[in-house]
Design a protein around this ligand. Structure first.
Ligand code: BTN
Length: 326
Protein backbone atom coordinates (compact mmCIF):
# COMPACT_ATOMS: atom_id res chain seq x y z
CA UNK A 1 0.00 0.00 0.00
CA UNK A 2 2.90 2.35 0.79
CA UNK A 3 4.32 2.03 -2.72
CA UNK A 4 0.89 2.60 -4.24
CA UNK A 5 0.38 5.77 -2.17
CA UNK A 6 3.82 7.09 -3.22
CA UNK A 7 2.97 6.38 -6.85
CA UNK A 8 -0.48 8.08 -6.65
CA UNK A 9 0.99 11.13 -4.90
CA UNK A 10 3.72 11.41 -7.54
CA UNK A 11 1.25 11.07 -10.41
CA UNK A 12 -1.18 13.62 -9.01
CA UNK A 13 -0.89 17.24 -10.15
CA UNK A 14 -2.70 18.69 -7.15
CA UNK A 15 -4.27 17.39 -3.97
CA UNK A 16 -5.46 13.82 -3.55
CA UNK A 17 -8.44 13.63 -1.24
CA UNK A 18 -8.40 11.14 1.62
CA UNK A 19 -11.72 9.82 0.32
CA UNK A 20 -10.30 9.16 -3.14
CA UNK A 21 -7.25 7.40 -1.71
CA UNK A 22 -9.45 5.24 0.55
CA UNK A 23 -11.67 4.35 -2.41
CA UNK A 24 -8.78 3.45 -4.72
CA UNK A 25 -6.91 1.43 -2.13
CA UNK A 26 -9.92 -0.08 -0.36
CA UNK A 27 -8.69 0.96 3.10
CA UNK A 28 -9.82 3.26 5.94
CA UNK A 29 -8.87 6.93 6.35
CA UNK A 30 -6.91 6.00 9.47
CA UNK A 31 -4.84 3.51 7.49
CA UNK A 32 -4.05 6.19 4.87
CA UNK A 33 -3.15 8.69 7.58
CA UNK A 34 -0.77 6.17 9.22
CA UNK A 35 1.07 5.58 5.96
CA UNK A 36 1.37 9.37 5.43
CA UNK A 37 2.97 9.66 8.88
CA UNK A 38 5.42 6.85 8.08
CA UNK A 39 6.35 8.51 4.79
CA UNK A 40 6.94 11.84 6.54
CA UNK A 41 9.26 10.07 8.98
CA UNK A 42 11.20 8.67 6.02
CA UNK A 43 11.69 12.20 4.68
CA UNK A 44 8.81 12.69 2.22
CA UNK A 45 7.38 16.20 2.50
CA UNK A 46 3.62 15.77 2.35
CA UNK A 47 1.19 18.62 2.84
CA UNK A 48 -2.25 17.84 4.30
CA UNK A 49 -5.01 20.45 3.84
CA UNK A 50 -8.53 20.11 5.27
CA UNK A 51 -11.21 19.49 2.63
CA UNK A 52 -8.54 19.17 -0.08
CA UNK A 53 -6.39 16.21 0.87
CA UNK A 54 -2.73 15.30 0.52
CA UNK A 55 -0.08 16.74 -1.79
CA UNK A 56 3.51 15.62 -2.27
CA UNK A 57 5.86 18.61 -1.96
CA UNK A 58 9.06 16.65 -2.21
CA UNK A 59 9.82 12.94 -2.39
CA UNK A 60 12.49 11.56 -0.07
CA UNK A 61 15.83 10.49 -1.48
CA UNK A 62 15.65 7.00 0.00
CA UNK A 63 16.43 3.54 -1.32
CA UNK A 64 13.45 1.68 0.11
CA UNK A 65 11.27 -1.09 -1.30
CA UNK A 66 8.30 1.31 -1.42
CA UNK A 67 10.22 4.05 -3.27
CA UNK A 68 11.54 1.57 -5.84
CA UNK A 69 8.20 -0.13 -6.29
CA UNK A 70 6.73 3.29 -7.05
CA UNK A 71 9.23 4.17 -9.77
CA UNK A 72 10.40 0.89 -11.36
CA UNK A 73 8.92 0.25 -14.77
CA UNK A 74 10.64 -2.99 -15.83
CA UNK A 75 9.08 -6.43 -15.88
CA UNK A 76 12.11 -8.53 -15.21
CA UNK A 77 14.96 -6.73 -13.46
CA UNK A 78 14.46 -5.16 -10.05
CA UNK A 79 11.31 -7.23 -9.62
CA UNK A 80 12.44 -8.56 -6.22
CA UNK A 81 14.00 -6.13 -3.77
CA UNK A 82 16.30 -6.48 -0.81
CA UNK A 83 16.95 -2.97 0.57
CA UNK A 84 19.35 -2.65 3.49
CA UNK A 85 20.82 0.10 5.64
CA UNK A 86 24.28 -1.39 6.22
CA UNK A 87 25.98 -4.32 4.49
CA UNK A 88 29.61 -5.35 4.18
CA UNK A 89 29.07 -5.53 0.42
CA UNK A 90 25.93 -5.74 -1.70
CA UNK A 91 27.78 -8.28 -3.89
CA UNK A 92 28.38 -10.54 -0.86
CA UNK A 93 24.74 -10.28 0.18
CA UNK A 94 23.56 -10.96 -3.39
CA UNK A 95 25.78 -14.06 -3.58
CA UNK A 96 24.33 -15.35 -0.30
CA UNK A 97 20.78 -14.78 -1.55
CA UNK A 98 21.58 -16.39 -4.90
CA UNK A 99 23.02 -19.45 -3.12
CA UNK A 100 19.69 -19.75 -1.32
CA UNK A 101 17.80 -19.60 -4.62
CA UNK A 102 16.99 -15.90 -5.11
CA UNK A 103 15.44 -15.37 -8.51
CA UNK A 104 16.84 -13.57 -11.53
CA UNK A 105 16.08 -9.87 -11.27
CA UNK A 106 16.62 -9.65 -7.51
CA UNK A 107 18.12 -6.28 -6.62
CA UNK A 108 20.13 -5.77 -3.44
CA UNK A 109 20.81 -2.23 -2.20
CA UNK A 110 22.55 -0.71 0.81
CA UNK A 111 22.74 2.84 2.15
CA UNK A 112 26.35 2.14 3.08
CA UNK A 113 28.90 -0.66 2.70
CA UNK A 114 31.51 -1.39 5.35
CA UNK A 115 33.69 -3.48 3.00
CA UNK A 116 32.70 -2.41 -0.52
CA UNK A 117 34.70 -4.35 -3.11
CA UNK A 118 36.33 -2.95 -6.23
CA UNK A 119 38.00 -4.75 -9.10
CA UNK A 120 41.40 -6.43 -8.71
CA UNK A 121 40.99 -6.81 -4.95
CA UNK A 122 40.71 -3.07 -4.36
CA UNK A 123 38.25 -1.62 -1.88
CA UNK A 124 35.40 0.68 -2.84
CA UNK A 125 34.60 3.74 -0.73
CA UNK A 126 30.87 3.58 0.09
CA UNK A 127 29.76 6.34 2.49
CA UNK A 128 26.11 6.47 3.66
CA UNK A 129 23.32 8.42 2.05
CA UNK A 130 25.13 9.97 -0.87
CA UNK A 131 26.16 7.15 -3.21
CA UNK A 132 24.27 4.30 -4.81
CA UNK A 133 25.51 0.81 -4.01
CA UNK A 134 23.52 -2.02 -5.54
CA UNK A 135 23.84 -5.50 -7.00
CA UNK A 136 21.64 -7.33 -9.46
CA UNK A 137 21.30 -11.12 -9.55
CA UNK A 138 21.06 -12.71 -13.01
CA UNK A 139 20.76 -16.33 -14.09
CA UNK A 140 21.51 -16.21 -17.82
CA UNK A 141 21.49 -19.42 -19.83
CA UNK A 142 24.82 -18.75 -21.52
CA UNK A 143 28.28 -20.27 -21.35
CA UNK A 144 30.35 -19.01 -18.37
CA UNK A 145 32.96 -17.66 -20.80
CA UNK A 146 30.38 -15.17 -22.07
CA UNK A 147 29.57 -13.71 -18.64
CA UNK A 148 32.18 -10.90 -18.72
CA UNK A 149 30.17 -9.32 -21.54
CA UNK A 150 27.41 -8.62 -19.02
CA UNK A 151 29.66 -6.02 -17.43
CA UNK A 152 29.68 -4.08 -20.70
CA UNK A 153 25.89 -4.44 -20.91
CA UNK A 154 25.64 -2.92 -17.43
CA UNK A 155 28.07 -0.11 -18.31
CA UNK A 156 25.94 0.95 -21.26
CA UNK A 157 22.79 0.82 -19.12
CA UNK A 158 24.35 3.02 -16.41
CA UNK A 159 25.70 5.55 -18.92
CA UNK A 160 22.29 5.85 -20.59
CA UNK A 161 20.53 6.18 -17.23
CA UNK A 162 22.90 8.93 -16.06
CA UNK A 163 22.21 10.82 -19.27
CA UNK A 164 18.44 10.26 -19.05
CA UNK A 165 18.02 11.23 -15.40
CA UNK A 166 20.79 13.82 -14.96
CA UNK A 167 21.24 15.15 -18.50
CA UNK A 168 25.00 14.56 -18.36
CA UNK A 169 27.04 13.19 -21.29
CA UNK A 170 28.23 9.97 -19.64
CA UNK A 171 31.08 8.12 -21.37
CA UNK A 172 32.44 4.61 -20.90
CA UNK A 173 36.09 3.83 -20.30
CA UNK A 174 36.51 0.25 -21.50
CA UNK A 175 35.41 -2.10 -20.23
CA UNK A 176 33.12 -0.72 -17.58
CA UNK A 177 33.98 2.56 -15.87
CA UNK A 178 31.52 5.38 -16.35
CA UNK A 179 33.25 8.70 -16.77
CA UNK A 180 32.24 12.37 -16.61
CA UNK A 181 34.76 15.09 -17.52
CA UNK A 182 37.56 12.51 -17.57
CA UNK A 183 36.88 11.27 -14.02
CA UNK A 184 35.17 8.12 -12.78
CA UNK A 185 31.62 8.26 -11.40
CA UNK A 186 30.79 4.56 -11.48
CA UNK A 187 32.50 1.19 -11.22
CA UNK A 188 31.07 -2.26 -11.88
CA UNK A 189 32.16 -5.55 -10.32
CA UNK A 190 30.75 -8.74 -11.82
CA UNK A 191 31.13 -12.04 -9.98
CA UNK A 192 29.89 -15.46 -10.97
CA UNK A 193 29.25 -18.97 -9.69
CA UNK A 194 29.42 -21.59 -12.43
CA UNK A 195 30.29 -25.09 -13.54
CA UNK A 196 32.50 -25.40 -16.61
CA UNK A 197 29.53 -25.23 -19.00
CA UNK A 198 26.71 -23.76 -16.91
CA UNK A 199 26.18 -20.58 -14.92
CA UNK A 200 24.53 -20.87 -11.52
CA UNK A 201 24.28 -17.12 -11.13
CA UNK A 202 26.00 -13.85 -11.95
CA UNK A 203 25.96 -10.84 -9.63
CA UNK A 204 26.55 -7.42 -11.11
CA UNK A 205 27.60 -4.90 -8.48
CA UNK A 206 27.32 -1.24 -9.40
CA UNK A 207 28.65 1.70 -7.42
CA UNK A 208 27.59 5.18 -8.53
CA UNK A 209 29.08 8.32 -6.99
CA UNK A 210 25.80 10.22 -6.98
CA UNK A 211 25.67 13.04 -4.45
CA UNK A 212 29.12 13.09 -2.87
CA UNK A 213 30.49 16.55 -2.26
CA UNK A 214 34.10 15.42 -1.73
CA UNK A 215 36.38 12.39 -1.95
CA UNK A 216 39.25 11.03 0.12
CA UNK A 217 42.71 12.27 -0.94
CA UNK A 218 43.68 8.96 -2.61
CA UNK A 219 40.93 9.19 -5.23
CA UNK A 220 40.27 12.94 -5.45
CA UNK A 221 42.20 13.27 -8.72
CA UNK A 222 40.45 10.37 -10.46
CA UNK A 223 36.92 10.29 -9.04
CA UNK A 224 33.99 12.67 -9.31
CA UNK A 225 30.26 12.57 -8.60
CA UNK A 226 27.10 13.50 -10.44
CA UNK A 227 26.58 16.31 -7.91
CA UNK A 228 30.06 17.75 -8.46
CA UNK A 229 29.58 17.64 -12.26
CA UNK A 230 26.06 19.06 -12.41
CA UNK A 231 25.71 21.11 -9.23
CA UNK A 232 22.46 19.28 -8.53
CA UNK A 233 21.61 16.35 -6.26
CA UNK A 234 20.13 13.38 -8.04
CA UNK A 235 17.19 11.35 -6.68
CA UNK A 236 18.95 8.01 -6.22
CA UNK A 237 15.82 5.86 -6.50
CA UNK A 238 15.02 7.39 -9.89
CA UNK A 239 18.52 6.70 -11.15
CA UNK A 240 18.45 3.05 -10.03
CA UNK A 241 15.03 2.59 -11.66
CA UNK A 242 16.39 4.04 -14.89
CA UNK A 243 19.47 1.75 -14.77
CA UNK A 244 17.12 -1.24 -14.38
CA UNK A 245 15.02 -0.10 -17.35
CA UNK A 246 18.02 0.30 -19.66
CA UNK A 247 19.64 -2.87 -18.35
CA UNK A 248 16.49 -4.85 -19.07
CA UNK A 249 16.46 -3.59 -22.65
CA UNK A 250 20.12 -4.42 -23.37
CA UNK A 251 20.10 -7.67 -21.39
CA UNK A 252 17.24 -8.97 -23.53
CA UNK A 253 19.12 -7.97 -26.70
CA UNK A 254 22.27 -9.67 -25.37
CA UNK A 255 20.39 -12.92 -24.67
CA UNK A 256 19.07 -13.04 -28.27
CA UNK A 257 22.60 -13.55 -29.65
CA UNK A 258 24.76 -14.28 -26.58
CA UNK A 259 27.04 -11.47 -27.71
CA UNK A 260 27.20 -7.67 -27.96
CA UNK A 261 26.41 -7.35 -31.67
CA UNK A 262 23.02 -5.73 -30.88
CA UNK A 263 24.53 -2.94 -28.79
CA UNK A 264 28.02 -2.49 -30.24
CA UNK A 265 27.15 0.77 -32.00
CA UNK A 266 25.60 2.34 -28.90
CA UNK A 267 28.49 1.18 -26.71
CA UNK A 268 31.12 2.49 -29.14
CA UNK A 269 29.34 5.86 -29.36
CA UNK A 270 30.02 6.29 -25.64
CA UNK A 271 33.51 4.84 -25.63
CA UNK A 272 35.90 7.52 -24.35
CA UNK A 273 38.84 5.49 -25.70
CA UNK A 274 37.54 5.54 -29.28
CA UNK A 275 40.10 6.76 -31.86
CA UNK A 276 42.41 7.89 -29.07
CA UNK A 277 45.87 6.80 -28.16
CA UNK A 278 45.70 4.09 -25.52
CA UNK A 279 48.34 2.45 -23.39
CA UNK A 280 47.61 -1.23 -22.79
CA UNK A 281 49.10 -3.02 -19.81
CA UNK A 282 48.16 -6.68 -20.12
CA UNK A 283 49.70 -10.06 -19.34
CA UNK A 284 51.90 -9.82 -22.48
CA UNK A 285 53.39 -6.51 -21.38
CA UNK A 286 52.84 -2.92 -22.42
CA UNK A 287 52.08 -1.43 -25.82
CA UNK A 288 50.52 1.68 -27.34
CA UNK A 289 48.01 2.00 -30.12
CA UNK A 290 44.81 3.64 -31.29
CA UNK A 291 41.46 2.40 -30.01
CA UNK A 292 39.14 1.14 -32.79
CA UNK A 293 36.12 0.10 -30.75
CA UNK A 294 35.11 -3.35 -29.53
CA UNK A 295 34.30 -6.61 -31.27
CA UNK A 296 31.10 -8.63 -30.80
CA UNK A 297 32.53 -10.29 -27.70
CA UNK A 298 33.49 -6.99 -26.06
CA UNK A 299 37.24 -7.25 -26.67
CA UNK A 300 38.95 -3.91 -27.23
CA UNK A 301 40.41 -3.42 -30.71
CA UNK A 302 43.74 -1.60 -30.58
CA UNK A 303 45.54 -0.69 -33.80
CA UNK A 304 49.33 -0.66 -33.62
CA UNK A 305 51.47 1.80 -35.62
CA UNK A 306 52.14 -0.88 -38.27
CA UNK A 307 48.38 -1.15 -38.89
CA UNK A 308 47.88 -4.55 -37.23
CA UNK A 309 44.97 -4.79 -34.80
CA UNK A 310 45.29 -6.46 -31.38
CA UNK A 311 42.30 -7.75 -29.46
CA UNK A 312 42.65 -6.88 -25.80
CA UNK A 313 40.76 -9.16 -23.44
CA UNK A 314 41.50 -7.67 -20.06
CA UNK A 315 44.11 -5.72 -18.23
CA UNK A 316 44.56 -2.06 -17.59
CA UNK A 317 43.96 0.27 -20.50
CA UNK A 318 44.91 3.90 -19.98
CA UNK A 319 43.59 6.62 -22.22
CA UNK A 320 45.45 9.87 -22.75
CA UNK A 321 43.79 12.59 -20.67
CA UNK A 322 41.66 10.22 -18.63
CA UNK A 323 42.56 9.56 -14.97
CA UNK A 324 45.78 11.49 -15.40
CA UNK A 325 47.45 9.46 -18.18
CA UNK A 326 49.22 12.00 -20.40
C1 BTN B 1 35.59 -0.99 -9.65
O1 BTN B 1 36.64 -1.27 -9.06
O2 BTN B 1 35.56 -0.14 -10.54
C2 BTN B 1 34.32 -1.74 -9.33
C3 BTN B 1 33.61 -1.13 -8.15
C4 BTN B 1 32.28 -1.80 -7.83
C5 BTN B 1 31.64 -1.24 -6.58
C6 BTN B 1 30.27 -1.77 -6.37
S1 BTN B 1 29.40 -0.91 -5.10
C7 BTN B 1 28.14 -2.10 -5.12
C8 BTN B 1 28.80 -3.45 -5.30
N1 BTN B 1 29.19 -4.01 -4.02
C9 BTN B 1 30.52 -4.09 -3.89
O3 BTN B 1 31.12 -4.51 -2.88
N2 BTN B 1 31.11 -3.64 -5.01
C10 BTN B 1 30.16 -3.23 -6.00
Amino acid sequence: MKAEIIRLLKESDGYLSGQELCGRLGVSRTAVWKVMEQLREEGYQIEAVRHKGYRLLEAADVLTEAEFAACMSGRRLGKYLDCNDVLDSTNNRARQLAEKGALEGTLVTAETQTAGKGRRGRSWVSPPGTGIWFTLILRPEILPAFAPMLTLVAALAVAEAVEEVCGLPAKIKWPNDIVLSGKKICGILTEMSAEYDRIHYVVIGIGINANMKEFPDEIRETATSIYLESGRTVRRGLLVASVMKHMEHWYEKFLETSDLSGMKAEYTDRLINQNRNVLVLDSKGEFQGTCRGIDDKGLLLVQREDGSVEKVMSGEVSVRGVYGYV
